[in-house]
Design a protein around this ligand. Structure first.
Ligand SMILES: *Cc1c(COP(=O)(O)O)cnc(C)c1O
Length: 371
């Protein structure tokens, strides 16, 4: 019997997605005007409990416009976690600002607020907190710091659709938040993103900048340089369908994570964290091998799993290890947790199509790779 390859991620698309996308195509509204855009923005804002959602072309430009619309640029410092997907740091560079890398903590793999407090200088204009793999960052502590210094607090919620902290959704925990709807995210529009905020004036400014900085009162007059960061009606149609199914997709992923917890209970690994008042979602099933595991050993484990038809993904590299960011200021404590997690971390197959027997197979492959 040939066993199928089990990939880390697959989009979860069904009949509803097909129906809405067909409706968009048949309506002729295939570009960035059309009813699905507003419907998606309104429903996603309401899902997250935030006043405004602005649909954008992807999650990276969402971070970029979040900074630019706030007037952040050259000479300004923006704090980002050292362990994240590169887009968080790249967007700071796109804005012409200086990323300041702050180490994460072992407990939830997110920004360490004590180190954030130490990283602040008179030039610090924003903190971008990432909810890595679906676990909310310590937003209460970060908010206290941000308010004390009058700094803009942004959530990069690209990996945490539907997560909660003390009952409030990810996306509603900062001054502004950004989402990605890339194909491997919890909710996909193919490519896509959004910026959410409660601030009316700021939301209006983002809307204006994302559409070539054009005012409806004076069309084709551009008082400043804007962007084309619009989402299409077809993408929004996909998003509307996905949003109706989001809670059930989140529940399915949680089920898969629970199966992994049961299957790997006796293996010396730590699966997705859950600490304090956080109600994480599982974007990807993620685990760390014991402290002290080398990158080479972890890579060997991934290679052995692949030979058994099981996909696995290493954690991200720390930003500070990569050429564009190695000169950036890095604030860490005694240990460099981002490096350690990066060397020990593995993401396992997390597709919603997985059956319990697939999870059993992955667990068996991991066990044999670790032996
Ligand atoms: C996916 C992701 C992004 C970027 O999203 P794109 O839509 O691919 O541009 C940004 N930040 C984090 C943490 C992500 O995981």
């Amino acid at each position: 019997m040939t066993e199928t390859f089990l990939p880390v991620a697959e989009p979860d698309l069904g009949e509803l997605e097909e129906r809405y996308v067909m409706e968009a195509v048949r309506s002729g509204w295939v570009s960035s005007m059309g009813p699905f855009i507003e419907r998606f923005e309104k429903s996603f804002a309401s899902y997250c409990g935030v006043k405004h959602a602005i649909a954008l072309s992807n999650g990276t430009v969402a971070i970029h416009i979040a900074l630019v619309a706030r007037g952040i640029g050259p000479g300004d410092e923006v704090i980002v976690p050292d362990l994240t997907f590169v887009a968080t740091a790249a967007a700071v560079k796109h804005a012409g600002a200086t990323p300041v890398l702050v180490d994460v903590r072992e407990s939830d793999w997110n920004l360490d607020p004590e180190l954030v407090a130490r990283a602040i200088t008179p030039k610090t204009k924003a903190i971008i907190a990432v909810h890595l793999f679906g676990h909310p960052a310590d937003m209460d502590a970060l908010r206290t710091i941000a308010e004390h210094h009058g700094i803009f607090l942004v959530e990069d919620a690209a990996e945490s659709h539907g997560a909660r902290l003390s009952g409030r959704r990810a996306g509603a925990l900062g001054d502004a938040s950004t989402f990605s709807f890339y194909g491997n995210k919890l909710l996909t529009t193919g490519e896509g993103g959004a910026l959410l905020t409660d601030d009316d004036a700021y939301a209006a400014h983002v809307r204006y900048l994302k559409d070539h900085a054009m005012r409806s009162e004076k069309r084709y007059w551009h008082a400043e340089v804007g962007f084309n960061y619009r989402m299409t009606n077809i993408q929004a149609a996909l998003g509307c369908a996905q949003l109706e199914r989001l809670d059930s997709m989140i529940a399915k992923k949680q089920q898969i994570l629970d199966w992994y917890r049961a299957e790997l209970a006796d293996v010396d690994v730590r699966l997705n964290p859950k600490i304090g008042a956080a109600e994480p979602v599982c974007w990807l099933v993620a685990l760390t091998l014991p402290v002290g595991t080398s990158r080479a050993h972890r890579d060997g484990v991934l290679a052995k799993m692949k030979a058994l038809g099981v996909d696995g993904r290493p954690f991200f590299y720390p930003m500070s290890a990569m050429p564009p960011y190695e000169g950036a200021r890095l604030v860490q404590g005694d240990a460099h947790v981002s490096t350690s997690l990066s060397e020990r971390g593995i993401c396992l197959p997390s597709s919603n199509k997985l059956l319990r027997e697939d999870v059993v197979r992955v667990a068996r492959a991991l066990r044999s790779a670790l032996a």
